[in-house]
Design a protein around this ligand. Structure first.
Ligand SMILES: NC(=O)c1ccc[n+]([C@@H]2O[C@H](COP(=O)([O-])OP(=O)(O)OC[C@H]3O[C@@H](n4cnc5c(N)ncnc54)[C@H](O)[C@@H]3O)[C@@H](O)[C@H]2O)c1
Ligand SMILES: [Zn+2]
Length: 353
């Protein structure tokens, strides 16, 4: 079992290891004064892990209740946000009681925002059950719900008391959900860690604990080093500028992870053709993506992708900051003009020389 300490406005541990789900009661009894713990889960995660979560909490002396949402992105809604707040109020939870998010990023984002606002904030615990939630959404303190006008438009920064990543749960995810998270894992490797490349090559599921802790540390370090948002954290957007365009052009039929994989490959190929990175990097990134059946390009034109990407981009005087790989395990920020961005996409989309 490993503990990664996150020194955010409130310091907390991310605990990573086999069977940590069964320690939730014990962990919480050291951290909070709660008597009642409300579990929020979806209709997939509750049947799988609800009973174990309740048993651990109850054996540590907590009363439990649960609120179950349908699975899927549509559940990250204002309606569910209000319903859960009303549920907590009806159950009489107090300021010291606690909310446990048992699920993927949807459950985590929605519950985090509920915890941040119920009675102006109650203790909150994340038990991420997807790889994406373990390496991305449960680190960094961002939580949000979607509004009619768009994704993540209402939310807060709210740190949990503890995050429990059970590698046995995440290691047994179906391939498609696992791959979705692997796209972000490959991203962490490409921006900051040659070690991640090696661990994936040796077997991601076998090295899951080490992979998750390495990714959590990278996200923590990049976010901490850039507390004042000078730009370093833009590294975490590697592949995401083309990815957002791909997601939109496909009407969100292409998932975020698949789009990020394609986006990383597009940026790497372009960087390599322009001589901006070591030869062979784009092949390595592509190989890792293919290992998880993730796409390595997209069927859209550079012109369309550029038009969509520019729509929602923060621009400083027509300049765009792209993230490009430099060597194995290191990426850099690279500022270009708008026209050059389109050229990047065009070069990256064509897979040949
Ligand atoms: N807060 C942040 O910083 C941040 C960062 C990245 C993504 N996000 C958000 O995260 C969400 C995506 O997260 P996600 O990919 O985890 O999606 P998700 O929560 O919808 O989970 C994906 C699917 O996997 C199922 N599932 C969960 N755990 C399972 C398990 N152990 N076994 C089998 N099935 C399981 C879920 O029921 C769901 O159907 C998006 O809403 C995104 O906006 C937030
Ligand atoms: Zn992402």
């Amino acid at each position: 079992m490993e503990r990664v300490r996150i020194n955010a406005s409130r310091a907390y541990d991310v605990v990573i290891g086999r069977g940590v789900l069964d320690t939730v009661g014990d962990e919480l009894s050291h951290l909070v004064k709660s008597r009642t713990v409300a579990i929020v889960a979806d209709d997939v995660t509750y049947p799988l892990f609800g009973a174990r979560t309740k048993a651990s909490l109850e054996s540590a002396g907590f009363y439990t209740c649960e609120y179950i949402i349908p699975h899927g992105e549509e559940s990250k809604s204002a309606e569910n946000y209000i319903r859960i707040l009303e549920f907590l109020a009806e159950r009489g939870l107090s300021r010291t009681d606690c909310l446990v998010a048992l699920g993927g990023g949807v459950v985590g984002d929605l519950s985090g925002f509920v915890a941040a606002s119920f009675l102006r904030g109650i203790p909150f615990v994340q038990i991420p059950t997807t790889l994406l939630a373990a390496v991305d959404s449960s680190v960094g303190g961002k939580c949000a719900i979607n509004l009619q006008a768009g994704k993540n438009l209402a939310g807060a920064f709210y740190q949990p008391s503890v995050v429990l990543c059970d590698t046995e749960i995440i290691g047994s995810l179906p391939d498609d959900i696992f791959s979705e998270g692997m796209a972000e894992v490959i991203k962490y490797g490409a921006i900051r860690s040659e070690k991640v490349f090696g661990l994936i090559e040796d077997g991601a599921r076998e090295n899951l604990g080490e992979l998750i802790s390495e990714c959590v540390r990278i996200k923590r370090d990049v976010v901490c080093e850039d507390e004042f948002d000078t730009g370093l954290r833009q590294l975490l957007n590697f592949g995401h500028t083309p990815a957002h365009a791909i997601e939109r052009l496909s009407d969100f039929k292409i998932s975020h992870g698949a789009a990020v994989a394609a986006g990383m490959c597009i940026m790497s190929r372009a960087a390599e053709k322009l001589g901006l990175c070591e030869a062979g990097i784009s092949d390595e990134i592509e190989k890792l993506c293919k290992k998880f059946s993730l796409p390595t390009t997209a069927q859209f034109s550079a012109k369309d992708m550029f038009a969509v990407a520019m729509r929602d981009k923060k621009r400083a005087l027509g300049k765009i900051t792209l993230v490009i790989p430099r060597t194995r395990g290191e990426s850099v920020l690279y500022t270009v003009s708008e026209e050059e961005t389109e050229k990047f996409f065009a070069l990256g989309l064509s897979e040949g020389e």
